[in-house]
Each structure stands twice: as structure tokens, then as C-alpha cells.
Design a protein around this ligand. Structure first.
Ligand SMILES: [Zn+2]
Length: 505
């Protein structure tokens, strides 16, 4: 998951709300709402991991140093609590195979580590620095073996001020080794923050069976120099100054000195997938995910009908409680990303032809956004269609417009996808299908008639040329399609059998 969400915990469950920020009433802090940003870092995306420590350093300063020193794309975050004004990290800390800070006797010996060892992130207590690139202590454990942990284990000696509502930096590990980083807002006018109990429920809900609470409060900071990641997390939106500092507890949005950062250099192509699966819950209001089994026979394309809405906006609208329309779609895409909102084997309500209409019940629905770079969006839609048709072994005859599904009561057809309508000629749609067709059936490249290929004679001058010519003339020995005989190439048993059988004719 790479997402910016507004959530609250009610009756032990995570609820998702709209990204709106009232001072009071619905969706306000007093109702328990808070913003989170989550970034999954798959193991394959990790190029380099460093633990950087030093007095007086902020996470964004460390990020700037890493970019200057190594270049590339980085994500940096605060992890461990610190111990004193010099920034000594609290608890046993490993860096590059050495212990750099010891445990605090009677306090930190049983606290879990977030570590990077033998090329893998993990959560758990380490006792040796061998092969450890970095290990920092967190507290408390939030989830273990898929279960939310509350109250925290007594042996971890969680300070009581950590348990309540706070901004947080949380690390989780998925079963495939993916590291999840979740930053929780709090303390500002709009966000409640989360208790450790709520954080543990959230960690399990978003798929992190192992997770730990790292240093939070005013220290919760996530920084990246990757523009796409900042956009995906909508970090800049709230305030122009808020490029790095995510937890909004400070008035000036400057990040606090944390004296250290865990720094991950990543491969953006592997961190930022352009096909994101972010299904709406089956409990989504107004029956937008009815759960009807779909055995699709066609794929239907739409335009969203809003010139400024992005794929992320459209996905969030589906779970926005202010949305009271029974309308949904399987996939939405814009110039940057594609989001699968409803599984492709479940029906969405997009064709307008009723609960049992063939448009709604037999087709996969794809919404094309109109915002951003529309030419790029169309290119991405062509690529998606090609991929989906190939996977199903279908041709372009399986493509439909929303227009192709009339309303049964009166035959009304919606002009959709509207940007392909072209005054009724549907020239845009014809062109769209032609591009898909061309990509499905790459034209066969015929040889240039000006330069006929000459048969290659690799027999003349060979020590066995007479015998070879005899065999060719008798039809016993045939050449390769390019006209060569390749006399020195060894024969397979099958080729030998073919030659023998030809000799018998
Ligand atoms: Zn439509």
C-alpha cells in the first residue's frame, strides 16, 4: 500500500473517511479521526540501507546528505527513541555489524528491534551484531503472528506516555518481507493520533502481522526526495512547507532533531507500482461493492466526466461517506497510476443497465480519468487493454463503450467515454481500438524488396562439398529457412532419423 488515508478505530475496527478537515463534528478530531500515510517497501525495491546517527541531525538534513553523497531515491525516517541531549539512541543499537549503543539496564533488554540483516528487514530481539546492517529498538510490539498486541508485554517496559493518543512512526513486516512504514498524524487541530491499542488494530488491518511502534510524538518524520512518492502520499497538499514533516504537531512544520535516521535507497520502478490494488470494502455504503460473481466476457471503457479528478480522487470517492450514489467501477486510471477498486471477478455498477443488465453483470469496467496529461493517460489505457486482452486470449471484439449498454426501459445510451465521442463519429473510440489492435497483432515485417536476401552458400569450399551437393540434390538433406546448410553443425537423433527416412524414398 502507498496511500494517504483518514481513519478512525471504532469497536475494534478500522473505518475509512473522506480527506476532509472540519474543526468539529463529523470527521473531526473529536470524533477520533486521524490521517495516516503508509508506504510499502518491497524487498526487491531496496538498494541500500544505512543507519545514520549524529548529534543535532534532523531526518530531512540526513536525507539531503544521503542524496548528495549517493544520489538516487531515498526514504528516511526516525526510528529509535533517544536517550540524552547528545542523541544517544535508547537501547541496544547495531550499525554495520557493531554495537554502537548499549541497553539501559533494567529497562530496554526486552524491547524488540527493527533490523536489517542479510538483506532482509525484520522485527524481533537480536542479541548479536553479526551480519546486522542496522538494528534499533522500538516499543511496544504492536502485532505479532498476525494478532494485535494489547496490553503491551510487561517485559518491554513501555512508558505510560507512549500508550495514549500520539503521532506515530510505525514499522510493519508483511509475510513476503515487505517493510511497511506508517506515519500517523496527531496533536494538530485536525488529527487525534492513535493509542498503541488503536495502532495495533490498524497494523493488523492493513496486513502487517509483525509490527512495532518506533519513536513518535514530535519526532514522527518520514522524508523522501522522490516526487512521485510525495504526490502519492499527498504530503505537499496541506501546507507548502510540509514537504517532509508528516506528523503535524508543530506550528511551523519543521522537523525535530532526532539525531538519527534509517535511510533506504530504493528502485522507484519497484517501489511505485503503476497498478495498485486498493479494493473498497464489501461493507461500502450504497451497495457499491455488491459481491456478485462476475465471469466477464467483455471490457467496458468510460471517461470519469470530471476534468480535474485523479485516479486517487476517484478511488477515495468510492469510500467517501458523503457519496450516496450506487455507482462503482473495477479499475480507474490516470496519467500516473492505475487503481483496481473492485476485484475483476466481481461486478461493479457502471453500465446503467440495471441490476441484471448484461453491461453490469458481464463486463469489467474501466474508468479513464480526464485530468493531468490526457495523451499519457490514453497511452496507459491502451497498454492496460492490451495486457487484459492478452491475459484472457481475447481480441478487440471484446471491447465495449459505456454507450454500448442501453438502458432497457427506454433504450437511452450515455455518451461515454465522452472524450472519444467526437460529435457522434466516435473517431476517438475507433482510433483507441485501432491502437490496441496494432499492439495485439504486431505487423509482420516483410523483407525490403530493394535488397533481396541472397541465399547463403556455405557448401562451396567445404571438404565434403561433393557429398553435400549430392545429398541436397537427392532431397536427403534440406537446408535451414535462411538458405544455409550449416555442414559443421551436429545432428540431433531426430534430424538423423529424418535424413535416413528421406534416403529410403
Ligand atoms: Zn460511463
Amino acid at each position: 500500500m502507498i496511500a494517504h488515508k483518514r481513519i478512525r478505530i471504532r469497536s475494534g475496527k478500522v473505518e475509512e473517511g473522506p480527506l476532509t478537515y472540519p474543526r468539529s463534528g463529523q470527521y473531526s478530531k473529536s470524533e477520533g479521526w486521524t490521517d495516516i500515510r503508509a508506504v510499502d517497501v518491497p524487498a526487491a525495491a531496496v538498494l541500500r540501507v544505512e543507519l545514520v546517527t549524529g548529534k543535532g541531525k534532523t531526518v530531512s538534513k540526513i536525507l539531503a546528505d544521503m542524496v548528495k553523497q549517493h544520489g538516487g531515491n531515498w526514504i528516511c525516517f526516525n526510528a529509535s527513541y533517544f536517550n540524552d541531549a547528545n542523541g544517544a539512541l535508547l537501547g541496544l543499537t547495531y550499525q554495520d555489524g557493531k554495537a554502537i549503543y548499549p541497553d539501559v539496564s533494567g529497562k530496554t533488554e526486552d524491547r524488540p528491534h527493527l533490523y536489517y540483516k542479510n538483506g532482509q528487514f525484520g522485527i524481533g530481539r537480536l542479541s548479536s551484531p553479526v551480519s546486522v546492517k542496522m538494528a534499533v529498538c522500538g516499543v511496544p510490539t504492536l502485532s505479532k503472528a498476525g494478532k494485535a498486541i494489547d496490553p503491551p508485554p510487561t517485559a518491554e517496559k513501555t512508558p505510560s506516555d507512549v500508550l495514549g493518543d500520539n503521532p506515530r512512526m510505525i514499522a510493519g513486516i508483511k509475510p513476503d518481507g515487505t517493510l511497511g512504514l506508517i506515519v500517523v498524524d496527531g496533536r494538530g487541530p485536525y488529527d487525534k493520533g492513535l493509542t498503541t491499542k488503536e495502532a495495533s488494530i490498524m497494523a493488523v488491518h492493513f496486513g502487517y502481522p509483525e509490527s512495532v511502534n518506533l519513536d513518535g510524538g514530535g519526532s514522527a518524520t518520514l522524508a523522501t526526495n522522490n516526487r512521485l512518492l510525495l504526490d502519492a502520499l499527498e504530503i505537499d497538499k496541506a501546507n507548502g512547507k510540509r514537504t517532509y514533516h508528516v506528523a503535524d504537531m508543530s506550528a511551523n512544520y519543521d522537523d525535530r532533531e532526532t539525531h538519527h535516521a534509517v535511510c533506504i535507497q530504493f528502485d522507484p520502478d519497484k517501489l511505485l507500482p503503476d497498478y495498485i490494488i486498493d479494493h473498497i470494502p464489501t461493507s461500502t455504503l450504497h451497495n457499491r461493492r455488491p459481491g456478485h460473481k462476475l465471469e466477464a466476457t467483455t471490457i467496458t471503457f468510460h471517461n470519469v466526466g470530471n476534468p480535474t479528478s485523479t485516479a486517487r480522487n476517484e478511488r477515495n470517492w468510492l469510500t467517501n461517506p458523503n457519496n450516496d450514489v450506487t455507482a462503482s467501477y473495477n479499475i480507474v486510471l490516470d496519467d500516473k497510476m492505475t487503481i483496481e477498486c473492485i476485484p475483476l471477478n466481481e461486478s461493479a455498477w457502471a453500465a446503467g443497465d440495471g441490476a441484471n443488465g448484461p453491461g453490469n453483470r458481464t463486463s469489467i469496467h474501466v474508468e479513464i480519468c480526464e485530468s493531468g496529461n490526457y495523451a499519457r493517460t490514453l497511452e496507459r489505457a491502451v497498454d492496460l487493454a492490451v495486457k487484459m486482452l492478452k491475459e484472457r486470449n481475447w481480441g478487440v471484439d471484446r471491447l465495449r463503450r459505456h454507450w454500448d449498454w442501453p438502458r432497457p426501459s427506454d433504450g437511452y445510451r450515455k455518451i461515454c467515454p465522452r472524450l472519444m465521442y467526437d460529435g457522434g463519429t466516435w473517431a476517438g473510440w475507433i482510433d483507441f481500438k485501432a491502437r490496441i489492435s496494432a499492439a495485439l497483432n504486431p505487423p509482420i515485417v516483410t523483407p525490403d524488396p530493394e535488397q533481396p536476401t541472397k541465399p547463403v552458400d556455405d557448401v562451396t569450399g567445404h571438404w565434403a562439398q561433393d557429398a553435400l551437393r549430392e545429398a541436397i540434390k537427392d532431397g536427403v538433406l534440406a537446408g535451414y529457412p535462411d538458405g544455409t546448410i550449416r555442414p559443421d553443425e551436429p545432428l540431433t537423433r531426430a534430424q538423423y532419423a529424418v535424413i535416413l527416412s528421406r534416403g529410403k524414398r
